[in-house]
Write a protein that binds this ligand. Structure first.
Ligand code: HEM
Length: 550
């Protein structure tokens, strides 16, 4: 601890000493106990809550306001972390180059978790990362028409099921099912009809059902699959752990099958046609890069089979959970603020006129929805509740000097420090989010106010926040590959829902008022937890979809 303290004491940045630094692995063993102690003894000092996970969600910008600095350190015997709500520093760390001319790297613990099935674009660095990115990013960019079409299909199927229900409190899970169907079709050319997960799980004999079950169980219990190998999990006397181990094994099995299936097809194509068609999907691009591209002049394939499977895993994971939770969050925010639903529906009606929303296409309709209420609702939902609360990076082996805005003196940080870029702290920093001509209170920074994004009258350019103050998709070369994919998916899904329906809270037969449900919802949202992405841990209030009267 003394050695770590010596690194930060002279830097002039506030610091807190804590006995350990929270990490995903400690979440399982230690953090619940710490949470209990904090609750029982009512410990409110930062030194205590900084040991918990997800204090970033509850604090937002408050801790930075309390200490009067947009950065502070936590120092524990094992680790020094610089927590950052300063946009210039965020840009420097996420998009700038480190001492060796390369981008700052992610800490190893994240790579171990996310590289569970093989190295992939998220876990590799340097020249290897550039190869992975070149193979995956262009095909994801070309899949947007399919994303639009499949999003509408999935939503149509979901609505048919919802029509039979009074109220729903499984929205997060149901939308995960929708977005899984979208990435399966757009990235892997697999059709997965929407069905409630319970049905899919019951239907184990059917190949598609068991594939869905495998993904569901795997993603719900990923932390266990990371901590212990599948064969150990499968031997343990706990059903949930045995299932997690089984799901990890099944995932390998399915991916292997998909790989072989695609390999056979490409080998056949290589004999008959000139090469990849312009409609090649992600899986085709990955498998071709594993040495099957007949035009390749490379001596060795760019990807091994394990890297193909590693990338398939990361795209299924990153490509469905993030989007599903963003959509579910937006729907709850709209249930809390019906006035914005009306705005959205008016926009949809004015763009579509009498035409059927199921006949729309990405090419003809996406742009029309990208500079009004639809886009504003997405941006505002992600500002309040991003999917990743922290973006972690580590400093390289040599000290680095960072210049700072205004008259703040530059700081030189020693090796071994981690940066935790605080996404919600940045998007609530009043220096950047207080609107011109308004006070901080009038700008309602912690409230859902999509209108802050709308173009000024006579313009069609959405509000552009200060660089680095809004980074739900990260920034720079390592920013999200699926940003546009997620935007298109969100637009088509919201169109499919709000064209004919409105969402409202379930009053439980008149026993719960709107205000009670709204309060319940905001309390739940303040207690969201990061399980890879930010999500509810308690039960969200029930919602109802009702047909619109037009
Ligand atoms: C609302 C939806 C989404 C959000 C908020 C989101 C957010 C992010 C963020 C913050 C990162 C950077 C992580 C870091 O630097 O530590 C990232 C990276 C990534 N995202 Fe997304 N994402 C979304 C949707 C998607 C979709 C739909 C896909 C795929 C189709 C996707 C694929 C990826 C990949 C592959 C990376 C790694 C990029 C790299 O390291 O080069 N994401 N995403």
């Amino acid at each position: 601890l003394h050695t770590q303290l010596c690194k930060v004491r002279s830097l002039g940045i506030p610091y807190f000493v804590i006995p350990f630094c929270p990490s995903p692995i400690l979440r399982v063993f230690l953090i619940p106990f710490v949470n209990l102690l904090i609750k029982v003894f009512g410990l409110t000092h930062p030194q205590f809550f900084l040991m918990t996970l997800d204090w970033q969600v509850r604090q937002r910008y408050e801790i930075y306001r309390l200490i009067g600095s947009d950065m502070f350190f936590t120092v524990s015997p094992w680790k020094v972390v610089l927590h950052v709500a300063d946009p210039d520093m965020a840009v420097e760390v996420l998009a700038g180059k480190g001492g060796n001319g390369e981008l700052y790297t992610r800490p190893d613990v994240y790579n171990t978790m996310l590289g569970l099935f093989g190295e992939n674009v998220l876990t590799v660095e340097g020249a290897v990362w550039r190869d992975h990115r070149k193979i995956t990013a262009p095909v994801i960019g070309k899949s947007l028409s399919v994303v639009w079409e499949e999003s509408l299909t999935q939503i149509e199927q979901m609505i048919q099921y919802y029509d039979k229900l009074e109220a729903i409190n499984t929205s997060y899970r149901d939308f995960r099912r929708v977005t899984l169907g979208v990435i399966a079709r757009a990235g892997f050319s697999k059709v997965m009809e929407w069905c409630p997960l319970t049905t899919a799980i019951a239907n184990e004999k059917d190949g598609e059902g068991s594939y869905q079950k495998c993904l569901h169980v795997l993603f719900e219990n990923l932390i266990w699959a990371v901590i212990a190998p599948s064969w150990i999990l499968e031997m343990l006397p706990f059903k949930a752990l045995r299932e997690a181990g089984g799901a990890a094994n099944n995932f390998r099995f399915f991916m292997n099958e998909w790989f072989e299936e695609r390999k056979t097809k490409i080998e056949l194509d290589n004999k008959t046609t000139l090469g990849p068609s312009s409609k090649a999907d992600l899986m085709e691009s990955l498998v071709r890069s594993s040495g099957l591209d007949k035009d390749s002049t490379l001596e060795a394939p760019l990807l091994s089979k394990s890297e193909v499977i590693g990338n398939a895993f990361i795209f299924i994971l990153a490509g469905h959970e993030t989007s599903a939770h963003t959509i579910a969050n937006a729907i709850y925010l709209l249930a809390m603020h019906p006035e914005y639903q009306v705005k959205l529906q008016e926009e949809i009606d004015s763009i579509l006129g009498d035409s059927d929303h199921n006949q729309t296409s990405y090419e003809a309709h996406f742009d029309a929805f990208s500079s009004g209420w639809m886009a504003a609702i997405l941006f505002e939902a992600l500002r309040l509740i991003p999917e990743l609360t922290v973006m972690a990076r580590q400093i390289g082996p040599t000290p680095r000097t960072f210049s700072r805005a205004g008259d703040l003196r530059p700081i030189t940080l020693p090796p071994g420090i981690e940066f935790w870029i605080h996404v919600i702290g940045l998007s609530h920093n009043p220096k950047y989010w207080t609107q011109p001509g308004k006070t901080e209170a009038e700008s309602a920074i912690s409230e859902f106010r999509p209108e802050r994004w709308l173009p000024k009258p006579g313009d069609n350019i959405m509000f552009k926040p200060y660089n680095g103050s809004y980074i739900p998709f990260s920034i720079g070369a390592r920013g999200c590959i699926g940003k546009k994919f997620a935007h298109v998916e969100f637009t088509a899904i919201m169109l499919g829902l709000f064209r004919d329906m409105s969402v409202e809270f379930d009053s439980c037969g008149g026993k719960k008022t709107f205000e009670e449900a709204r309060l319940e919802c905001s309390v739940q949202m303040e207690n969201f937890e990061s399980k890879i992405t930010l999500q509810p841990t308690g039960e969200m209030p029930g919602i109802k979809w009702v047909r619109r009267r037009r």
